[in-house]
Design a protein around this ligand. Structure first.
Ligand code: SF4
Ligand code: SF4
Ligand code: SF4
Length: 379
């Protein structure tokens, strides 16, 4: 049972579901049966640009956290490592969440036995600020009038409070410098196979969720939830599997194109990088937001770093972070999102990681082995 179509048996969940309601039903099963202490998920805050991480402990609270928020760019890896390492939890994971969690598990910061990763296929996320700007500029509506958004069939679609909707091709938005975050444009992991299951609508029949079972824990979860009557399952057609594969391959091809564009053709020169580093206000936001920066005693806190001194010594500051993080960088873009000075940090980390990949063949968040250098030290 590798590929399945899954549908919720709960009519209320189905009413709100984007496809078959599988994700919400599995969370409901885990909460009702007390197999987890809670579910860590995103709740819509004031508007669609505001995703708030919440830990819910009862299935009555599930309506608050169902549905995707493409303008909430939070990574759950850091949050789990910092606040939920000793809890039994379930969490919806985009590939970059699942990759961060997997890397942290290898480095003994989280325990995978305590985590159900319910993976969500991902075609990219949009920074909330970019989303508001492009909605005003290209959709010509007030961003505050948007009540829901969706990424589907290569379009960013917005639903307005007057009941209408507007859609623009993501390609067109990205040609104009808007659209998905730059790291998402380069991201080549769309299906989170490092999670316990990977869910989405690619290839799925209407009203069903396409699920790929990726671990023994995932297989047992699906089987038990079905036995207990929370979901029903059936086999997808050969055509459905092929459609999903085709979508994945097209997206990987696009990601490679963006890698070439950002990391070769448009990659800043040494002089340009120097200008970027001179802009750095040494706020430590990139370090604090990176899911893979977890040392209790950080070298960047040492006296010789002269915290807050502006401009910093880039070789010292970013050099230390690069040497610590780039081998296992998962290109999640959290460093760049946090930088108040718009320094394209993920360019340098992603490029360096790809060089490690060329040399050692190591794919962070995907491979089961430790990152290079760390694995050498471990011998
Ligand atoms: S980095 Fe990849 S997995 Fe993460 S939000 Fe962007 S496209 Fe999705
Ligand atoms: S360096 Fe940046 S892109 Fe890489 S894992 Fe850390 S936050 Fe994500
Ligand atoms: S987030 Fe930006 S400004 Fe802040 S320390 Fe990092 S590079 Fe410098």
């Amino acid at each position: 049972m590798k590929y399945l179509l899954v549908k919720s048996t709960d009519s209320e969940i189905l009413k709100r579901a984007e496809c078959g309601g599988a994700v919400t039903s599995l969370f409901k099963y885990l909460l009702d049966k007390k197999l987890v202490d809670g579910v860590l998920a995103l709740k819509k805050g004031e508007d669609v640009y505001d995703g708030i991480p919440v830990f819910i402990t009862s299935s009555d609270e599930l309506p608050e956290v169902s549905g995707s928020l493409h303008c909430a760019t939070i990574n759950f890896g850091k949050i789990i490592g910092k606040y939920f390492a000793d809890k039994k939890i379930a969490v919806p994971t985009k590939p970059c969440d699942a990759m961060a969690i997997k890397e942290l598990a290898k480095l003994k910061q989280v325990n995978l036995d305590n985590i159900y990763m319910i993976g969500l296929n991902c075609g990219g996320t949009v920074s909330p600020i970019t989303a508001m700007k492009m909605i005003k500029l290209f959709y010509e509506v007030n961003p505050k009038d948007v009540i829901k958004e969706e990424i589907d069939k290569g379009k960013f679609i917005i639903f307005l409070k007057d009941g209408t909707e507007k859609a623009i091709k993501i390609d067109e938005l990205e040609e104009r410098g808007f659209g998905r975050r730059k790291n998402c444009q380069r991201c080549e992991v769309m299906i989170p196979r490092m999670a316990d299951i990977a869910c989405g609508n690619w290839g799925a029949e209407k009203g069903w969720t396409f699920v790929e079972v990726c671990s023994e824990k995932g297989r047992k979860l699906i089987e038990d939830a079905e036995k207990e009557g929370y979901i029903k399952i059936k086999e997808p057609s050969k055509k459905a599997i092929e459609i999903r594969e085709k979508i994945e391959n097209v997206m990987i091809k696009m990601a490679k194109k963006f890698q070439k564009k950002h990391l070769e053709e448009e990659y800043p020169s040494l002089e340009e990088w120097q200008k970027y580093w001179n802009r750095c206000i040494k706020c430590y936001g990139c370090r604090d937001n990176c899911p893979l920066c977890f040392c209790v005693e950080c070298k960047l806190e040492k006296d010789y770093m002269e915290k807050g001194k502006i401009p910093p010594n880039p070789i010292m500051f970013q050099g230390i972070r690069l040497s610590h993080v780039s081998p296992s960088c998962i290109n999640c873009g959290q460093c760049e999102d946090a930088c108040p000075m718009d320094i394209p940090l993920s360019y340098i980390f992603h490029r360096m990681q790809l060089r490690f990949r060329d040399t050692f063949g190591y794919i962070p968040g995907v491979d089961d082995s430790l990152p290079p250098l760390i694995s050498e030290l471990d011998k």
